[in-house]
Design a protein. Structure first.
Length: 375
């Protein structure tokens, strides 16, 4: 029986300890839950207290600044409180659900509709710009340096204002134009009066011009020369005008005796000018290796004491003449400078020809195709 008593006492002590532990565990969880709830409640209370506390903010509406004291906690509620309505195109510096901080500045700009004509189309656009220039910047409409804007960039805007942009483009192109040549007349004492002769042909020059063309919205409105340069000079036409009075032929005697030879003359020329030439390149332009070197216009070979160059309209080629002071000579050659009463006398030596020079006032008897003889 003593053993049973001891056994009963052990069971009672074990049950008491288990109850105490269970109570302690359950109350600890309850205490923790209550503590967390109390902390959250406190935080919510403080948060609500902060959100509804008074704040001083600056409200700027369309550029007008107003200090406002409010208990609202976000931008949307503040605007509603201040009876500020927003359209689809209006701008606010903060998002509507942004929380308001003490000392903040909130900017509201109401956009106005304007009619913009540019690049071939007209559109209604909304802007917060206060003048034309700021409106175009706000609408991201770029202007080139020469574009035209109506009204001017500093003009104030009103609802429904009409803005027109004319795109201006300048292009440069090069063109060439002919430069007319002048006709210059020069007196020629060796050319008979009343006659004209072209000494130098005229040639047009070339003028290079740089032209600037102005286009407005793709249409040409003006052009002007901004630069020019003479690429090729013109060459004047030179015309020789004869001033020489015609020389009257002397009356021809039936027979003339010169150097012991008597002959009949077809005509007599007075005041004839004599010059001299040789077969060298300086006179004829031909070198000794040239096949035509020393060959006359009539096909004969030049011979000193016989050959002279003449104007065939005055003395026919192949005819003989008698030149006072020189004797008989035959017209066998011509020359570009031998015109009218002028004769070029041939010398084998170039130095002799140069020494001969120019002689004036000679009388020449035009005989004919046969040389007279003393018989």
């Amino acid at each position: 029986m003593g053993d049973f008593a001891v056994q009963d006492t052990h069971v009672q002590r074990s049950s008491s300890m288990s109850f105490a532990l269970r109570w302690k565990h359950e109350n600890l969880r309850l205490i923790t839950s209550v503590s967390v709830f109390s902390l959250i409640s406190l935080l919510l209370f403080l948060f609500m207290l902060y959100g509804t506390s008074g704040k001083n903010v600056t409200l700027v509406v369309n550029g007008h600044e107003t200090p406002v004291h409010t208990n609202q906690w976000n931008v949307q509620r503040l605007l509603k409180e201040q009876a500020i309505t927003l359209g689809d195109h209006d701008r606010v510096s903060h998002s509507l659900d942004s929380r308001i901080e003490d000392g903040e500045t909130i900017v509201v700009d109401h956009a106005i509709p304007v009619e913009v004509t540019a690049d071939g189309e007209t559109r209604t656009m909304y802007t917060i710009g206060k003048n034309v220039g700021s409106a175009l910047e706000d609408l991201n409409i770029d202007l080139a340096p020469d574009d035209k804007v109506t009204p001017s960039l500093d003009s104030p805007l009103a609802e429904g204002s009409k803005l027109q942009i004319v795109r201006v483009e300048k292009k440069q192109e090069a063109v060439s134009e002919p430069i007319a040549y002048d006709v210059v007349q020069k007196e020629d004492p060796e050319l008979p009066k009343g006659k004209q002769q072209v000494v130098q042909e005229g040639k047009e020059g070339v003028l290079l011009k740089k032209i600037e063309k102005v286009y407005e919205d793709g249409q040409l409105v003006s052009e002007k020369v901004v630069d020019q340069d003479v690429q090729t000079e013109s060459v004047n036409k030179i015309v020789a005008i004869g001033t020489k009075n015609p020389v009257a032929a002397l009356s021809v005697p039936d027979e003339v005796t010169k150097s012991g030879v008597t002959f009949g003359a077809k005509k007599v020329l007075k005041n004839v000018t004599l010059t001299a030439y040789s077969a060298n390149a300086s006179s004829t332009g031909k070198s000794s290796s040239d096949p035509g070197y020393g060959v006359t216009a009539s096909g004969t070979r030049v011979t000193e004491g016989r050959t002279i160059a003449v104007d065939p309209s005055v003395i026919p080629l192949g005819w003989w003449v008698y030149i006072d002071g020189l004797g008989f000579r035959r017209a066998e050659d011509t020359g570009s400078a031998i015109k009218g009463n002028k004769i070029d006398v041939y010398f084998d030596s170039e130095s002799n020809a140069n020494r001969f020079g120019t002689k004036r006032g000679y009388t020449v008897y035009v005989i004919g195709p046969k040389k007279p003889s003393a018989d």
